[in-house]
Design a protein around this ligand. Structure first.
Ligand code: ADP
Ligand code: MG
Length: 229
């Protein structure tokens, strides 16, 4: 049996004016993979993740995410795709400062048309899952960096997305908090989540099953990919 990759890029070029940042990237990620994208600063990692996350559009080439041809969708369809199928984790958390941890997570399901009570119930479960059930009523300023990132991870997973994209999720954290966040991402992957993580931390990258190495906008190495045919 074959199942379609969660991510499929072919010949993807991204330019900003005269500056070409991605030079024809081919990449496939299968369901249940846990992959690192690594490379020096400026090599195009965030640009690549933003294209996969449909936050930006390719200049050339084809991108399929969660079974959909991204280039064929309008902006409204892309936001629906993101809301239903993708979860994001950013280096600096991107939590709403005035909202409790619980409501930040509940906001991860706004699209679903569920009543607030149901969203909060699911959010509480997701917070328990990242070990923060006891912090549900706290606002971001009352949480440590590691706790904020765990809230962000709970928000990313609460809608049960097909794919979680994380851009330097441990980049702003001390080693111990970073390890806690990575442990949660590993557990989520073991439970079936497909996850792509940008990291410049070689140790973290080496600890993941797959490493896609980017340099100057090209994939120069790809170790540990799941091969399907
Ligand atoms: P990385 O995440 O690997 O550090 P980025 O993908 O952020 O790299 O950036 C790759 C290159 O693209 C850099 O030279 C950066 O300056 C450039 N770049 C990224 N976004 C834009 C943009 N919106 N406009 C112009 N140049 C950009
Ligand atoms: Mg970056």
């Amino acid at each position: 049996m074959t199942s379609e990759p969660v991510i499929s890029l072919s010949g993807v070029v991204k330019s900003y004016g005269d500056l070409t940042v991605l030079h024809g990237v081919d990449l496939q990620v299968q369901r249940r993979e846990l992959a690192a994208i690594v490379g020096p600063s400026g090599s195009g990692k965030s640009t690549l993740l933003n294209l996969i996350g449909t936050l930006d559009r390719a200049s050339r080439g084809a991108i399929r995410v969660a079974g959909q041809d991204v280039g064929a969708l309008n902006d409204q369809q892309l936001s629906a795709l993101r809301a239903r199928h993708l979860g994001f984790v950013f280096q600096h958390y991107h939590l709403a400062p005035g909202h409790s941890a619980l409501d930040n997570v509940a906001d991860g399901m706004l699209y679903a048309g569920l009543p607030l009570r149901e969203r909060r119930k699911r959010a509480a479960t997701a917070l328990d899952r990242v070990g923060l059930g006891h912090r549900a009523g706290h606002r971001p300023y009352e949480l440590s960096g590691g706790e904020k990132q765990r809230v962000a991870v709970a928000r990313a997973v609460v809608g049960e997305p097909d794919l979680i994209l994380a851009d330097e999720p441990t980049g702003a954290l001390d080693t111990k908090s970073g390890e806690a966040v990575m442990g949660i991402l590993r557990d989520l992957n073991a439970d079936g989540a497909t996850i792509v993580i940008i990291t410049h931390d070689q140790e973290i990258a080496a600890s993941l099953p797959r490493q896609v190495r980017l340099r100057d906008g090209e994939v120069i190495d790809d170790q540990g990919a799941v091969i399907t045919r």
